[in-house]
Ligand binder design. Structure first.
Ligand code: SF4
Ligand code: SF4
Length: 337
């Protein structure tokens, strides 16, 4: 396992981090097993968030039970905009994580306008800087899906790390990532598998780590096999072979740019459609040729894509500006309902 400096924070972290979103799919004892195995493999960076339902709580309980709290750098985040909201959210994170300090606390995906409000007097930055002065939070970062937020974060001296999507099919951050590295800020690569759209996890992690401007990559892990594969990909870090570059090109051709990253920011749908699930099952149907399985899974959805009333509420919330209504029409046509 390679260890690198997280920007200028003074923290030494493993280049492979533990993405804490998918522990929601398992349970707390399995979360503990995953974290113990991650520790054994040399991983010392955990990414979680207030918004990932039970993730902070199960990670906190697991670290306390296993006595591994001090072995990890914990990075979490919340959507607070005002100082008051930040105080409340930070206290909830500390309680969930069963700790008296958090190494990295991040503003969770603010829009450029919300980022301005965070930095304004009475904004969340004020509270976070107070927590930093009190030793409760060691470092401050931001996560973003929009280049405009990334730009603002780069210009903010209080921001020490930036997290942004970066993978085989999402290159919109490449130039910003290079500037982030040059500015001495840590760069955390999220969505290495493009929200599950890229099937070959090993290639996906190899691709991201081949970029020296990436400090740490945080693939989500909830299965020992995923951990094993990610650790093997990290151990193999280095320039991509010609065969791997060709494989990346094939992935780009197959996915294009209009694909769902399964971030679920579009929720809730006005009529209850599980939008990312519709696109996931469609991917299984069309890209991976798993017809029976795809139909079986699609049938379990209570509200089908054809129920879309075209209100457009979801499209306003999708950070990738996907034409969801049009895409759902195609899902309904592919599945026949
Ligand atoms: S446009 Fe369709 S999918 Fe989007 S919120 Fe409205 S009903 Fe739901
Ligand atoms: S449609 Fe957009 S917002 Fe919804 S899950 Fe997919 S990428 Fe995310």
């Amino acid at each position: 396992m390679q260890y690198v400096s997280l920007g200028q924070t003074g923290l030494k972290i493993s280049r492979l981090g533990f993405g804490g979103i998918p522990v929601q799919r398992i349970d707390q004892p399995k979360t503990r097993q995953m974290l113990e195995a991650a520790h054994k493999a040399g991983i010392n960076y955990i990414d979680t968030a207030r918004a990932y339902t039970v993730s902070e709580e199960w990670i906190g309980q697991s670290l306390q039970e296993s006595g591994l709290r001090d072995e990890f750098v914990i990075a979490t985040k919340c959507r607070a905009i005002t100082a008051e909201e930040m105080e409340r959210e930070l206290n909830a994170s500390l309680k969930n994580l069963r700790t008296d300090h958090i190494e990295l606390y991040q503003f969770h995906n603010p829009s450029p306008e919300d980022f301005d409000r965070i930095l304004a007097p009475g904004g969340a930055m004020e509270a976070l800087k107070g927590a930093k002065a009190a030793g409760i939070v060691e470092h401050i970062g931001v996560t973003a899906h929009l280049a405009a937020t990334f730009e603002k974060a780069l210009a903010c001296p209080d921001i020490e790390t930036i997290m942004f999507p970066y993978n085989i099919v999402e290159q919109q951050g490449a130039e910003l990532i290079a500037r982030c590295h040059a500015a001495g800020k840590g760069f955390v690569a999220m969505k290495p598998l493009a929200g599950g759209a890229i099937e070959d996890g090993r290639l996906a992690v190899r691709y991201v780590l081949a970029n020296p401007d990436v400090t740490v990559v945080i693939p989500g892990m909830a299965d020992p096999k995923e951990l094993e594969q990610n650790v093997a990909a990290e151990a193999d870090a280095g320039p991509l072979t010609q065969a791997e570059l060709d494989a990346c090109e094939a992935v780009r051709k197959s996915l294009g740019t209009q694909f769902c990253r399964r971030c679920n920011y579009c929720a809730p749908c006005t009529v209850g459609i599980q939008i990312p699930s519709c696109f996931l099952f469609q991917g299984y149907l069309n890209r991976y040729g798993l017809q029976d399985w795809a139909h079986e899974r699609y049938n379990t959805l209570k509200v089908k894509a054809s129920a879309c009333i075209g209100c457009g509420a979801c499209e306003k919330r999708c950070p990738y500006q996907l034409p969801i209504r049009q895409m759902l029409k195609k899902v309904a046509a592919d599945f026949g309902e």
